[in-house]
Design a protein around this ligand. Sequence first.
Ligand code: ATP
Ligand code: MG
Length: 259
Amino acid sequence: MTDPAATTPAVLAEGLVKRYGGVAVVDGIDLTVRRGECFGLLGPNGAGKTTTLRMLLGLTPPDGGRLTVLGEPVPLRAREVRARVGVVPQADNLDPDFTVRENLITYASYFGLSKREVGPRIDALLEFAALDQRSAARVPTLSGGMKRRLTLVRALINDPELVVLDEPSTGLDPQARQHIWQRLRQLRADGRTLILTTHYMDEAERLCDRLAIMDRGRVVACDTPEALVAAAAAGLRYLQRPANLEDVFLQLTGHDLRE
Ligand SMILES: Nc1ncnc2c1ncn2[C@@H]1O[C@H](COP(=O)(O)OP(=O)(O)OP(=O)(O)O)[C@@H](O)[C@H]1O
Ligand SMILES: [Mg+2]
């Protein structure tokens, strides 16, 4: 039988608002993320991307609007939703006192998974992250790329339907980024829904089925990468070369420095 919940979108946000000190940093956004797609959230620094993701996860309470994640109302049922979601936060928050494997065991315990039942899954995840040779290494001895890969597989410990990744590849070398991209494609091929933020336009173009571009708390465009570029092409003809996503991004969000 088809699970009726599987026919609802992964995320449905209507008029979502978050204010800090009277300023709407997320200013009434509508978003629909379909099941099984890789959805990218782009925007300049301070656009409201992390705040939006935190609201989806029930970590930041919205000040307005309606939000449903995996068919459940958030924040009302955020706890139940979080059990079905994997999270890669913008800043690594691995436990520096633990080894690679201990970090995964500890994280698994938050989902009620015992060390014994999670052992084989951890082996598979360490291989997936190409960290199987480093399972006994302490976190401070890992490179930035290794830490990011560990954070990624930590997010998979509960076999999540939806994975939310806030800048998964920031600060990584091209090899490490390619590795992460390949893994994200694999997750999508497994049928998981991915929502990611990135400042790398090539990453957004290559990985994402659809993108929302945010600016000053609002969604200023939402479509496939190809359609966004095609829609902006006429206004970018002065470039005298084919427009790319970065041109579109700058056209929509302006050239001024933020923050
Ligand atoms: N807890 C908070 N208290 C006050 N202001 C906040 C808080 N969290 C975020 N903000 C403000 O909300 C705005 C949006 O921040 P957010 O972190 O969502 O941006 P972002 O799009 O993720 O940016 P970046 O690309 O730099 O990560 C910023 O102006 C930020 O200073
Ligand atoms: Mg952010």
